[in-house]
Ligand binder design. Structure first.
Ligand SMILES: Cc1cc2nc3c(=O)[nH]c(=O)nc-3n(C[C@H](O)[C@H](O)[C@H](O)COP(=O)(O)OP(=O)(O)OC[C@H]3O[C@@H](n4cnc5c(N)ncnc54)[C@H](O)[C@@H]3O)c2cc1C
Length: 443
């Protein structure tokens, strides 16, 4: 079978890899001049900066780990020590480990009563049976009761548990108010807390897509090839990109959902196109504050997370030298500052960059002016999984025309595992539905 994959982010690369492994003839069409999408690395003045994603999260990323293992790179993964400070509004700091949720219980700001309430909430969640997969949209949908994360965590963990655990945790991962999120992912993480471990490939998280492409036998990779149109042709499709028309039996569409809606207009049902266009995204900005001379030598804290503060502008400050070898040049340092979405609406890029320098100093201490600040500002940064999101997205699969399957992290909560899993599933769906479409109709 001949297949086209639209989009070379982790979802598209995982789909292409899966199809190639099965012996199909695959063309991967990527709009940019590199694969990786929002996980791409940007190299500048000796720094290797992640444009988006930071880390994999250990055992809650089973499919990503399995593919890395299969590709022979498991031994190269670099563990990321997650020494973390939770920064309080009055400047107090509480030392925790980001990948050990229970360490948050040791924060002295929590009273015995708070701790008892949080422990009871966690215990109740452990026995109540949440989603077994943290990033399978269909599975998460089954555990979405329509409550927001804010309401649930205040009710179950108490206000202190909400402010000092849920907010720093999910604020770091998604940078939006907890009232915008559903509960299923956080509940699943609480349930699988013992599986959390942060790790990165040696060249940064963007290397995962490079590994997938390199491990795809016979893959026809076309970079700088934005797909302009997908049209029906007999039982297959014509995919037009960069002046070339690719005639295929199946198409995996792994672009951002708005782009997928444009490409599938007239092919998928009108309902499906409306759902794709309606998929909610957050504006997201992070700035890498870069020094060629490290102002924080010997610093052992990898992440600083503000506890809930009125008008918080940033949700995390991350020391880049702790991420992977070569993230910063020898003797250099960078602090990545990750901003909350709401304040971005009224900030210019210059203000974001200056706020990042201020945040780096607030998080790690005084420092001279940086050599440069690299700003990554996404108009559509992360899909937002509010209550009902997973169920709506899950219905899309059945609304695709024969031989077409959708992939992307927006089917679950944004994250590399969601992307990779959806890519593998889309490859299977595309093959199955193309095969059934080409079967002769019984007389
Ligand atoms: C700031 C930030 C921090 C993050 N941190 C983490 C983290 O620490 N851990 C984690 O697991 N995840 C993290 N993520 C999320 C992670 O980056 C995404 O989940 C992942 O990149 C999604 O993969 P995808 O393939 O679905 O989409 P994308 O990565 O967006 O890839 C889509 C691809 O489609 C291409 N494309 C679009 N239109 C077309 C077209 N017409 N033709 C051809 N190609 C097209 C794009 O160029 C792109 O390469 C973070 C994201 C951001 C923005």
């Amino acid at each position: 079978m001949r297949a086209a994959v639209v989009g070379g982010g982790p979802a598209g690369c995982a789909a292409a890899y899966t199809l190639c492994k099965q012996g199909h003839d695959v063309v991967l069409l990527e709009a940019q001049d590199h694969v990786g999408g929002r996980t791409s690395q940007v190299r500048k003045e000796g720094f290797n900066l992640g444009s988006g994603a930071l880390f994999l999260m250990g055992g809650i990323y089973p499919r990503t780990n399995a593919l890395i293992e299969e590709l022979g790179h498991a031994g190269e993964m670099v563990g990321w020590d997650a020494h973390t400070h939770v920064l309080d509004a009055d400047g107090s700091r509480y030392r925790v480990e980001f990948d050990q949720v229970l360490s948050f219980l040791k924060m002295p700001v929590l009273s015995l009563l708070d701790k008892a309430r949080i422990a009871a909430g966690v215990a109740k969640q452990l026995v109540s049976g949440g989603s077994s997969s943290c990033f399978d949209g269909a599975e998460l949908a089954r555990h979405d009761r329509g409550e927001t994360l804010e309401t649930w965590s205040r009710r179950v963990l108490g206000d202190k548990g909400h402010d000092y655990i849920t907010v720093p945790y999910m604020g770091f991962l998604y940078a939006v108010p907890m009232s915008w999120l559903s509960t299923s992912l956080f509940q699943a993480i609480v349930q699988q807390f013992y599986k959390l471990r942060l790790a990165v490939p040696p060249e940064g998280i963007g290397q995962i897509s490079d590994w997938l492409v390199a491990g795809s036998p016979g893959l026809d990779l076309r970079l700088s090839s934005p797909v302009e149109a997908v049209e029906r042709s007999g039982t297959g499709y014509l995919v037009r990109a960069a002046g070339t028309t690719h005639e295929v039996d199946a198409v995996v569409v792994a672009s951002e959902p708005g782009v997928s809606a444009d490409l599938l207009q007239g092919l998928a049902t009108e309902e499906a196109v409306v759902k794709l266009r309606g998929c909610r995204y957050s504006e997201y900005a992070h700035a890498q504050v870069c020094w060629t001379t490290d102002p924080y030598p010997g610093q052992d804290v990898s992440v600083v997370l503000p506890a809930r503060q009125p008008d918080a502008v940033w949700g995390a400050a991350v020391l880049q030298s702790h991420r992977h070898p070569g993230a910063v040049p020898p003797g250099g340092q960078a602090v990545g500052v990750y901003f909350y979405t709401p304040p971005l609406a009224t900030m210019t890029d210059e203000e974001i960059s200056q706020a990042a320098v201020d945040a780096a100093r607030a998080a790690y201490g005084p420092a001279p002016d940086p050599d440069f600040v690299e700003l990554f500002h996404f108009e559509r940064g992360l899909s937002i999984a509010g209550p009902g999101h997973y169920a709506t997205m899950s219905t899309l699969h059945a609304e695709m025309p024969p031989g077409v399957a959708l992939a992307g992290d927006y089917f679950a909560h944004a994250g590399v595992e969601a992307a990779v899993l959806s890519g593998e599933q889309a490859a299977a769906r595309a093959v199955a539905s193309a095969a059934s479409a080409s079967e002769p109709v019984p007389a």
